[in-house]
Design a protein around this ligand. Structure first.
Ligand code: TXA
Ligand code: MG
Length: 370
């Protein structure tokens, strides 16, 4: 804890030494940005909103501060952090080379949900990069994030602000659930527009390689820079494949209950889930169902939640982690989820949902009644 940080705060909400700053007006915003930025500059840990998920920020160039992130999250120390910048000029000091394709991508997508892995300079401590000679960098598209990064000195290391292994936080209350008493500050920026983490591309190789899918799809990348490979470990999830983004090898995003994904033709899926639910209820278990606005009415039993609408799958991405946390709160024993691979964000959504389910996917066939 950075105790000197408390002197920066007048009157805010305290939760076991973690201060929550809420923002209702412009004046409060300026004050919170100053408090948060100064706290990071002093070596503290501050959770703040980005357009994807809440990040847990520390000074990326201060090895001791970055190390505190690992402790607060319970994160393995070989899992590197993303450095967040607010101005393109900041890039030169932390990467030794900016490939032409990186320039094209930053011009097109920054600020935005795209992280680029490049070669690091001496300035970046190995504790920020998990011992790697490369560094992941992004410029988030959220006014509070940008202002806090500038106030903090320009380089903020920020993983998602959840305990390692839990769903990423998309609301300040999720951060508080996981980080109460472990970090100095939480800046409450309300709901976030995207809801799942940034797309990660390794640009040190040619063709560049997608390491984590996100809002920015392979098609969008290819439109700008031509061929883009995909990390084979991301697609097959085979046990012998080690993902190139170290964090992708861990069982992530997991709810406390056992989660199973059911995929197939919609009617058959609804019928199968209903059968599974009845079976579990008979065993005395509490059951959750992840449905959509369109299918809510298909499930007469169990606790049914809509994750969003299939008409716009960005709503599904936005609610994904929140719904998993809601089922945790309800202490269900198991969850059955529909599958959401069809839309524009299908890859990104199923990557997270698949991990939450430890890849337990049940394929169902079309029923032949008629
Ligand atoms: O949207 C996001 O990216 C959010 C917000 C807060 O910006 N951050 C985030 O950070 O998702 P985190 O730490 O939860 O995920 C970072 C991922 C991990 O899988 C990590 O292994 C990978 O990025 N990564 C970081 N540096 C890397 C590097 N040098 N090479 C390969 N993968 C790297
Ligand atoms: Mg994370």
């Amino acid at each position: 804890m950075v105790t000197s940080c408390y002197n920066l705060v007048e009157k805010e909400e305290m939760h076991m030494n973690t201060i929550v700053l809420s923002i209702d007006n412009e004046q409060q915003m300026q004050k919170s940005v100053k408090t948060a930025g100064d706290c990071i500059r002093l070596g503290g840990l501050v959770a703040f909103p980005t357009e994807t998920v809440y990040g847990l920020g520390a000074d990326a160039l201060n090895a001791a501060a970055a190390e505190k992130i690992y402790t607060a999250k319970g994160r393995p120390s070989d899992n590197p952090l993303i450095i967040h910048i607010a101005d393109i000029e900041a890039l030169d000091r932390i990467v030794s080379e900016i490939p032409q394709k990186a320039k094209i991508l930053t011009e097109r997508f920054w600020p935005g949900p795209l992280t680029l892995v490049m070669k690091k300079t001496e300035l970046v401590p190995l504790s920020t990069t998990g011992g790697l000679q490369t560094v992941a960098v992004r410029m988030p598209n959220h006014p509070l994030a940008l202002a806090i990064i500038r106030q903090a000195g320009g380089y903020v290391a920020a993983p998602s602000a959840n305990t390692s292994g839990r769903p990423s936080p998309t609301l300040a209350k999720h951060v508080l659930e996981d980080m109460e008493g472990r970090i100095d500050l939480i800046v409450d920026g309300g709901e976030l527009p995207i809801g799942i983490e940034s797309t990660i591309v390794d640009i040190t190789v040619d063709p560049p390689m997608l390491l984590r899918p996100g809002y920015i799809t392979v098609e969008m990348l290819q439109e700008c820079i031509g061929e883009v490979d995909t990390d084979p470990a991301m697609v097959s999830m085979a046990a012998h494949q080690v993902p190139k983004a170290p964090g992708m090898k861990y069982r992530h995003y997991a709810p406390k209950a056992e989660l199973k994904i059911v995929e197939g033709e919609p009617e058959a899926v609804a019928e199968a889930i209903d059968k599974f639910v009845i079976h579990q209820l008979e065993k005395g278990r509490k059951v959750g169902i992840i449905a959509t606005d369109e299918s809510l009415g298909c499930y007469p039993q169990g606790i049914v939640k809509s994750i969003g609408s299939r008409k716009d799958d960005s709503t599904i991405a936005q609610n994904l982690y929140g719904v998993l946390r809601e089922f945790d709160e309800l202490q269900v024993d198991c969850i059955f989820s529909e599958s959401f691979s069809e839309g524009k964000m299908g890859n990104a959504i199923m990557n997270r949902l698949g991990k939450a389910a430890a890849n337990q996917v049940i394929h169902v066939q079309k029923t032949d009644k008629e």
